[in-house]
Design a protein around this ligand. Sequence first.
Ligand SMILES: Nc1ncnc2c1ncn2[C@@H]1O[C@H](COP(=O)(O)OP(=O)(O)OP(=O)(O)O)[C@@H](O)[C@H]1O
Length: 332
Amino acid sequence: MSAVQLSGVHVVHRARGGGLFGRDRVYALTGADLTVAAGETVGVVGESGCGKSTLAKVLVGVERPTAGTVSCHGRDLWAMSPADRRSTVGASTGMVFQDPSTALNRRLPVHRILRDPLDVHSRGTKPEREERVRELMSLVGLDRALAEALPGQLSGGQRQRVAIARALALDPGLLVADEPTSALDVSVRAQILNLLSDLRERLGLAMVLVSHDIQTVRRMSDRVITMYLGRIVEETPAADVTDHARHPYTRALFSATPGLLRPIDPIPLTGPVPSATRPPSGCPFRTRCWRADDACAVRMPDFTAASRPAHRYRCHHPLEEDQPNHRLPRET
Ligand SMILES: Nc1ncnc2c1ncn2[C@@H]1O[C@H](COP(=O)(O)OP(=O)(O)OP(=O)(O)O)[C@@H](O)[C@H]1O
């Protein structure tokens, strides 16, 4: 059973700043199809602005798609009443944001922050909720003595532990973590990642992990999704992403990975990412792709299944699996 499923999801924003008459549109997510199965970890990679956070917010029902459907345990989230949607999302998904300093209510002590979702969703009796708060604190490795502390009295790592505990309060099947360590000191990042891995094992959680740190994503995920300018361009098992990616963009992102089976020269990604307000026609990566030709400007290809299982990509001129130097232009 899938935890969450997206079908043909588009998110279009009105551009910040407005443009002439406020008519500019930002194509944050375009035609996203994604199924997150129970217990699986899906990593999401791509450069800044490619729609990773938008995808994460759509998965937890925070962002309403402009088109397409989001199903949670087979039920269309946005066809539900607001109350039904809140309780479905609350019970089945939890989200951990980048910066715990802004994600937590600064005026509430830790135990109130953790009790809040239990109160809102009327879970158990008062003593049961207090017990659940203690359980959550121990689950994320927070000392009970911190129950009365305010977020401002905690370290960054402790605050992120509170945020993770709060996301797990209602025992969801899916945890979406959007850059969960990027606002933290380097010294505590590994601890938080280890905690997430450990919780996933112990609770059998499905997880969506969004990160700029592609090595972490590769290490922690079962499957990796590559996004470019609002589109999912490749999905591969994490074990295959470094050596067997077929999409030039994925290959470029992972080309500097240490320990490649067949090391290649790092492929520089030159030039800026085009604006999400005016994405290029056809394949959006074509303006930076060393293999693009006229066909790429005309049409975005559909997904093609690769020969390796659970691997698909959208590219007119995919790399060969065994092409040793991926910087070579394609053969014409
Ligand atoms: N509320 C909004 N209004 C207007 N544009 C938005 C809004 N939210 C996101 N965008 C735009 O949508 C695009 C995708 O944004 P998103 O935050 O999903 O990207 P991202 O890959 O998570 O970026 P980053 O890695 O920098 O966090 C960007 O161009 C962004 O500026």
